[in-house]
Design a protein around this ligand. Sequence first.
Ligand code: DGY
Length: 327
Amino acid sequence: HSNARVLAPKVVATRVLPQHAQARLKEQDFELVQWPEDSLMPRDKLLSDIKGAEGLLCVLGDKIDKELLEAAGPNLKVVTTMSVGYDHIDLATAKKNNIKVGYTPDVLTDATADLTVLLTLAAARKMKQGIRAAENGEWREWRPNWLCGYQFAGKTLGMVGMGRIGQAVANRLRAFGVNRVLYWGRSEKPELKGQAEFASMDQLLKESDYVVACCALTPETKELFDYEAFKKMKDTAIFANSARGAVVKQEDLVRALQENLIAGAGLDVTTPEPLPTDHPLFKLDNCVILPHIGSATIEAREVMGDICIDNITSGLKNEKLRCELNY
Ligand code: DGY
């Protein structure tokens, strides 16, 4: 028995990683089963490949539910997602089966905060209409009343979710002149005393010029932004969401924008994703939509890939993960 061959553990990866991370992934001494296309791994393929796997590297389009975790069988030790969000993972089942869960916080904070600011600015300054006008011949002589939006100096920002990304957004917008920051979230953060005020959702909605969602999707935040919420906002308010589409009741947002209850919206996330191209949100001039690219910088994505590899290798050895979710 002493020289019996030890089988390499099987690891399933549902995507190809960024260049350098991918090269490193290939060098690992586990048996790698990887979906080679730049697209969602088909569910039935994932369900069959996962059988007997000890590690799973996934992304947020993959549904890591009870069915999948159970299809893996008892060997599965670690699941890592290449994202900071983990609402696509059934944590109750993972816990029950003693599976470690890894994710990629911190390294995408700057990228996501930058993009959130871009969306906020774009919505405030009517960038969608501006680009379209420039391209399609609507651009005429300089006109005093044309495409006027809003600026930031002296304004109030309301952050829904004041974690790493929320704080990074607030810091950036302070540099643009925002002089008051309200925030709502699970709990007050004593370390923010003097910089930002913990507020009720009601107060935040009523008093903010910019309302920005950077929260996790949880039962408490699901469809938090409904018609009632938009009605409470100023009619000059700009709403931005780089969190998850489901924090918004989307048909209510459509209505709010159509009725000019708010001035504009910038979205990096929608329901569903991709948003069908004939969706009413695309028809609205006052809604800027990007295709979930908050963390899409070369820098962030390479480190996200790297962390996933480290999470897998530690998980296979039953060691603490580089970025392990405490749940
Ligand atoms: C995340 O990390 O959760 C984003 O949605 C994708 O980077």
